[in-house]
Each structure stands twice: as C-alpha cells, then as structure tokens.
Design a protein. Structure first.
Lengths: 232, 262
C-alpha cells in the first residue's frame, strides 16, 4: 500500500516536471519574443528604428561579456534552482542579487536537501514569491514615482541604496562562512591577493565568481574526501 | 524634453505594463502548480508557507534597491522602459552598463536625455533586451536535457542504480558543494571590497574606498546577532527576517559611514 503510494507520487512528480518543461519553454519563448519585439514597436511609435550596425558594435564590446556570464550562470544556477525555479529565474532576472540567495535562504530555513522533489518545490515557490514581490514593489514605486522621487533620490539616502549588494553579501558571508571556516578563509585570502595585485579585476567581481566558486568547491571536495577516509 | 514625454506616454506604460503583468501571471501559475505538487507529495504545508513568508520578506529590501535603479534610469530613458527591464529578466548592475555602451555606440555620447534621439533610444532598448537573453535561450533549447542529466547524477538516484549503501555520504557532498559554491560567490565580492581598499587607487596604495567593506562588516555583525538570538531563543521565525534585517541595519549604517568615508 505504502509502496503503491510512493510509485504513484513518483509518477505524479515526473509528470509535473514534464509539464513544467513544456509550460516553461512556451512561456519563456513568448516572453523572449515580446522583449525583442518591443524595441521595434517603440521605435515605430517614435518613428525611428534601432540602428542595427551600432547595436552590433556595442554588442561586440559589452555584449560578449554577458554572453559568457549568461552561459556560466545557466550552468551554475540551474542545479541550485531546479526546473520550475530556473525557468522563472531566467525570465525574471536579478539572479545574483536576489533570486539565488533567496532560494538558498528558503531551502536552509525549511531544511531540504538539494536534488530532491522538496527542493524543486521550495525553489519554485521561493523564486515565484520573490519575483512577485519585486513586480509589486516596482509597480507601486512607479505608480508613486512622483511623490516618492524626492525622498528616494535625496542625496542623504543614496549611500544606503548604493550599498544594497555589500549589505546582502556581508549578511550571507556571516551565514555561510560559519559552515566551513577553513575553506572560506583560504578562498578569501587567495581572492584578496588576486584583487590586490591585479586591481583591474576589481570591477569584474561577477566574472570572478567562476574561479572563486571553483576554488571553494575544489577545497571542499578535498576536505570532504579527507573526512570520508577518516570516517571509513 | 518632447522625447522624454513620449517615453513616459500612456502607450509605453501600456506596452511595458502588459508584459510585466504577463510575467506576474507566469509567476502565479508556477507558484500554484508547485504548491499543489508539494501538497500531493506530502510536503508539510507549514514549511511551504514559511518559504513563501521568508522569500517575500527577503525580497522587499532588494526590490527597493531595484526600484532605485528604475528611478536612476528614468531620467534618461523615461519610466516605463526601465520598469519593464528591471521587472523582467534585467539585473540592477547590468542595465546601466549596457545602456551606456549602446548610447556611446550609436553616437549619443554618455547616457543622458539631453543627447537622446529616438533612434538612439530604440537601439539602446534593443541592446538591453538582446545582451541578457542567454539564460532564457539555453533554458528553451537545453533546459530539459540539462536538468534531466543533473537529476540522473543526483546522488540518491546514482546510489539506487549502483545498489550502493553510501547514500548519505554522497548526498552529503551535494550539499557541501552547494555551500562551497555560495562561499565562492560571496567571497568574490567581499574580497573585491578588500581589494578596493588596498589597491583601488593603485597597487598596494592602501587609499581606496572602504565604505563597501564597512557596510558588509556591519551586515555580518547584524547577521551574527540574529543567528545568536535564534540559537538562544530557538525562535525559527527569526530566520525569515535575519537577512533582510541585517541588510536594513547595514544600509542605514551606510548613510552615517558615507559621511566619514568622504
């Protein structure tokens, strides 16, 4: 009886994933087409079309960086976000500064393991909720833009909003460095030396996530193997 | 000025707002499906509700930061377009950089409404949309295969197939690797703040701006206090507010610290 229920749940979950892919692909494609068409619609409204050679020139300069980082983000974050969460996260954006920490925070709060159906559910709920909050805050903000603008743009408050990302990473560092202090300190030392002696890398922190993450995973693996041998 | 009023016209609000609304509906559909699936799988409903509460509180402060990005860009691109960009697919630090690059490429100089022409705006809008599509494209064409391959490599499934009994140790590394990845992500930024102080104005000059690191340190201390309260009182709800609370404290501190940093 119990076994039957488990098999039924497994089938139901597999069907859910299949439908999520189907729905995710169609809706992602729809949003993608709309986003690429809108500049032309606005162009028609303004009686001017986009300058394609200039766009290609700018893409060669700045776009290629985002091509590489887009591929890396896809490879790194899909395993964290699961199926539904990944479709939503890539549609709604703001991955590093919100969706990833939010999903991981939610996963830790309820204590689910990665790669499990619970993780899939938690990640999707977390990303959908955070995206809706952003949409709501932005819609309210845009609506209240005129009366709100003087307060939000007041020079006194600017340092607060210019430092959202350091505030986020400081809080997350405290939380995650406690998990493995040795790995955290070693990676911090290596990355700090790198930035100190090659200061041009300071402005490319989002790209430096790749070597930093690889080093952290490598060191964790060594430590994990060592611990496994001792336990065995 | 005439261009700015066109960029803030009801037509543009309608076009951009329509897409934002569509994305909101997509989020609701995915959330409802996940919640129902969770119930069917026997996931504790109180856990799912905690996820929703924690994620909603977590998202408020970063969302206000994103709203400021909309406000910052609204002076040169109008309000509807930055609203759309930052509600859908966009990222706070990405948009300004790409808009600036497109503006320079089209010959409008640095991003400003004074230099803006309709052609420049349409080009900027296209480039902002195009440069960041890769995650979506990969999900459409490769998402299914990639997630299937990942689930095939899930420790639990691997063990099942191999008939091995070391399930706990392997699934243990999946979680360790995830924590390590996040340590790496956080460290790339924290180390850059230290690097800014040490070499921001030239290698080992030690005269760079220390504000970002100071804000991170305040956030870390606040987080440590939240974690201590949680451990002492065993109050799980503290978790739901610890990150947002730490950020709020650190951002408030930034206002005072900025005066000292000069």
């Amino acid at each position: 009886m119990e076994e039957n229920k488990e098999i039924q749940n497994q089938k139901c979950y597999e069907k859910y994933l299949e439908t999520t892919h189907h729905l995710g692909r169609i809706l992602t494609l729809l949003v993608l087409i709309l986003l690429l068409v809108v500049p032309f619609v606005i162009g028609a409204y303004l009686s001017a079309m986009p300058n394609l050679p200039a766009a290609a020139k700018a893409f060669a300069g700045v776009g290629l960086v985002y091509l590489v980082s887009g591929i890396v983000e896809y490879l790194i974050y899909v395993p964290m976000l699961g199926t539904g969460g990944s479709y939503l996260a890539f549609i709604t954006g703001n991955l590093i500064n919100m969706k990833i920490p939010c999903a991981i925070n939610a996963r830790d709060i309820v204590g689910v393991k990665s790669g499990t159906p619970e993780n899939e559910i938690v990640a999707t709920l977390s990303i959908a909720t955070s995206s809706l909050v952003t949409i709501l805050v932005l819609a309210l903000g845009v609506f209240l833009m005129i009366p709100l603008q003087p307060i939000l743009q007041s020079p006194a408050l600017q340092p607060a909003f210019e430092n959202v990302v350091p505030a986020l990473f400081g809080a997350m560092a405290c939380k995650y460095y406690r998990e493995d202090r040795v790995v955290a300190l070693l990676v911090l030392a290596v990355m700090t030396l790198l930035y100190c002696f090659v200061p041009s890398l300071i402005g490319s922190a989002s790209m430096m996530v790749i070597p930093s993450g690889a080093l952290a995973i490598g060191l964790s693996y060594l430590s994990f193997r060592k611990k496994s041998k001792v336990t065995a | 000025m005439e261009l700015l009023s066109k960029l803030n016209s009801p037509f543009l609000y309608l076009v951009c707002g329509g897409i934002v609304l569509l994305v909101a509906v997509i989020c609701i559909v995915f959330a409802v499906r996940a919640y129902r699936m969770g119930k069917a799988l026997g996931v504790d409903e109180s856990k799912m509700k905690r996820v929703i509460t924690a994620s909603a509180t977590f998202a408020v402060l970063p969302s206000v930061g994103i709203l400021l990005g909309v406000i910052a860009l609204s002076g040169s691109l109008g309000t509807p377009w930055p609203w759309l960009r930052l509600s859908v697919i966009g990222a706070l630090h990405y948009e300004t950089q790409v808009a600036e690059a497109a503006s320079e490429a089209v010959g409008a100089g640095s991003l400003s409404i004074a230099n803006m022409t309709p052609e420049a705006f349409a080009t900027i809008a296209l480039l902002m949309s195009f440069c960041i599509i890769w995650g979506m494209v990969l999900m459409i064409f490769n998402g299914k295969a990639y997630t299937k391959r990942l689930s095939g490599q899930t420790p639990a499934k691997k063990n099942e197939a191999d008939g091995k009994k070391n399930k706990s140790s392997l699934s243990g590394f999946a979680d360790t690797a995830m924590t390590a990845m996040f340590i790496g992500l956080v460290t790339a930024y924290i180390a850059s703040y230290i690097g800014t102080i040490v070499s921001g104005n030239g290698v080992l000059s030690m005269t760079g701006n220390w504000l970002s690191l100071a804000v991170s340190v305040v956030a870390a201390i606040a987080m440590a206090v939240f974690l201590w309260i949680r451990e002492k009182t065993k109050a799980d709800w503290v978790d739901s507010f610890s990150v947002a609370g730490s950020m709020l404290i650190a951002m408030s501190a930034a206002v005072f610290l900025a005066g000292l940093a000069g």
